[in-house]
Design a protein around this ligand. Structure first.
Ligand SMILES: [Zn+2]
Length: 259
């Protein structure tokens, strides 16, 4: 009986982990990597990025902000028709742990509606901020939460060569790489320039095109064993409140508003 109990415990824990863990990468024998692009669609940089990906025969995943997607449904459609995957990045890029449960679920649902019929049930939390409650909300709405294992740091002051050199060294099979085809909120306005990101993607695909196949997140997840982490990151309210917004004044938070 004790052995059976332990077995049930193991199955239960594995199931719970599968439901509650956050996917960061996969372990795989295949030379596959998933590039991901957050915060778009953007009317200028996203179409240019699509051309670069097409030139290299690469596929990617776009975690879109619902409000931006609603303004550019033609770009959402173009991304999907080019064979890329589209995931949910909330309605207006709010830090979800600081909202009420009702507001959080409304954020995910409103984005889902803006991405329909192209959005997949993949969610990336804005800023990577996640609490147990916000993770449960994504689960309740049927979403798999996907973050990353490598970042381009392209929301900061980085040039294309710096991004490319680092990613060329750091990228391994099974990685999920974080880029931004837009910055919905920014630390400094000049960082919203997407030229370094676009150049870096072009250079990176040139350098690594022989070594890796660039696939969407759903394809990557099928290529190996998804690796999950307990990914809980608290929001830094003071930092959030200093950010600028690319489309008007962003949300301001009060420390006690989280539930
Ligand atoms: Zn974002």
């Amino acid at each position: 009986m004790a052995a059976q109990g332990r077995r049930i415990d193991r199955v239960y824990n594995a199931l719970l982990w599968r439901m509650m863990g956050t996917v960061t990468h996969v372990t795989t024998q295949d030379p596959v990597v998933a590039l991901t692009f957050d915060d778009g669609p953007h009317p200028e940089s996203t179409p240019r990025l699509l051309d670069i990906l097409e030139k290299h025969g690469a596929h990617a995943t776009f975690f879109m902000v619902g409000e931006a997607a609603q303004r550019h449904p033609d770009i959402v459609r173009r991304v999907a028709e080019a064979g890329h995957a589209i995931g949910n990045h909330s309605w207006d890029h709010s830090s979800l742990p600081l909202l009420s449960g009702k507001e959080r679920r409304a954020q995910i649902r409103a984005c889902e509606k803006a991405l329909a019929p192209y959005g997949q049930r993949l969610f990336r939390p804005p800023y990577g901020h996640q609490s147990l409650a916000s993770r449960l909300d994504a689960l309740g709405l049927g979403y798999q939460v996907v973050t990353w294992s490598v970042t381009a740091s392209d929301w900061q002051d980085r040039d294309a060569q710096w991004i490319t050199d680092r990613l060329t060294d750091e990228t391994s099979p099974g990685d999920i790489v974080l880029f931004h085809d837009a910055l919905y909120t920014y630390v400094e306005k000049r960082y919203t320039d997407r030229e370094p990101t676009l150049q870096a993607v072009d250079l990176l695909l040139e350098c690594l095109g022989e070594r890796f196949r660039f696939v969407t997140v759903p394809e990557l997840l099928r290529s190996g064993e998804p690796q999950r982490r307990n990914w809980y990151q608290e929001a830094d309210v003071d930092w959030l409140n200093r950010l600028g917004g690319a489309f008007g004044e962003p949300r301001r938070y009060v420390r006690s508003s989280g539930r």
